[in-house]
Design a protein around this ligand. Sequence first.
Ligand code: UD1
Length: 422
Amino acid sequence: MDRFIIEGGVKLRGQLAVSGAKNAALPAMAAALLTPEPLQLSNLPRVRDIFTMKKLLQHMGIVVTPSDFPPDGELELRAAQIARPEAPYDLVKTMRASILALGPLVARCGQARVSLPGGCAIGARPIDLHLKGLEQLGAELRVEHGYVNARARRLRGSHIHFDKVTVTGTENLMMAAVLADGETVLESAAREPEVEDLARLLRAMGAEIEGEGTPTVRIRGVSRLAGARHRIIPDRIEAGTFLMAAAITGGELEVTNCDCRHLQAVLQQLEQAGVAVKEKDAARVGVSGPSRLCCADVSTAEYPGFPTDLQAQYMALMTQAEGASVITETIFENRFLHALEMVRMGATISVEGRQAVVRGPTPLTGANVIASDLRASASLVLAGLAAEGETVIDRVYHIDRGYERIEEKLRSVGARIRRVSP
Ligand code: UD1
């Protein structure tokens, strides 16, 4: 298993370009299941979850070209026939987002067999809302031997109210409803930019959708969808991670190829912490870290609030801020595993339920730490950049799931970080 070795204490300086958003790319790839015609996707990030989704689609009989992943991040996906409408356990266990195949498979093939994802490091993460919504659209579901078996002659439009806002749940039901008979209304839908991006793609394929980006999405089903070309939006979580990496080292960084509209909550939070933020144009933002950060509380929330996927990185930042910051995690019940690792590096953090109190600034010292999930690993990289001495991060396969060559990108702006393979 690869490890990262980081020598901390260098201020990051320069410019970094953001890759395409993993969380927009995954549903976009699943949307290829909805049409026999080719779907051309560009700006796909070269990260492990995208390779897993590609493998999953190929397992179903979808032709992906070129067969190896091109450096320009462009792939053509053609689901002329779907030989095996199933997502096996081996693939689902490495990537929960495989569940995104369920909605499109039932809509296009009238049947699907998808492994249940089970728990994960950040909480129970059930998929009950995906399943309830599909039943409301007329699918018959049976859960057996760890798999969801779904059947439907043709899905029918319905009025679906989500009890909780769910990002992939909204995406899954959007993809099911586009080929259903009649109108579907999704209430309390997720408003994330990744949901909007999927709606744009589905519309380009011929779907009738309106209201994406608001809590009410309306979909009028059509009998078939066509191929399309689509460029994936920039990764707002990667952008936020780089901005915080610059801030924690007191450096000066310009992040390019991003979409500043999607970063507003993050930029405001950084300003509250004393970071100077400058939006240079719609796709470029600069930050310069102050000599002393100030404490600022944050609560994660659904978009347009502060993203849970940046909570861990923000916690690393607050270890270097003057005073006590209260970090409240409202989306996932067990998303503070990184706190324990940061404490091992010298941070003062106490966790109680869904709240963590970080008292700073505390000098961090390099240590051996273990990455527990994707974003937690990113937060440990940030802590390592700020720490004195050497930090060794184990299990970096987590970070490779969602960040494209993070060590090369950070090295290009001065970080001393290297990957060591056994
Ligand atoms: C997506 C993102 C993930 C991000 C999360 C929240 C992708 C591939 N992943 O995950 O990076 O952290 O949104 O912004 O886009 N829930 C239920 N029942 C369900 C579905 C969800 O109770 O059927 C709960 C979850 O346990 C969680 C909350 O709803 O507490 C939000 O989860 P959800 O938005 O579904 O997260 P994902 O779509 O899995």
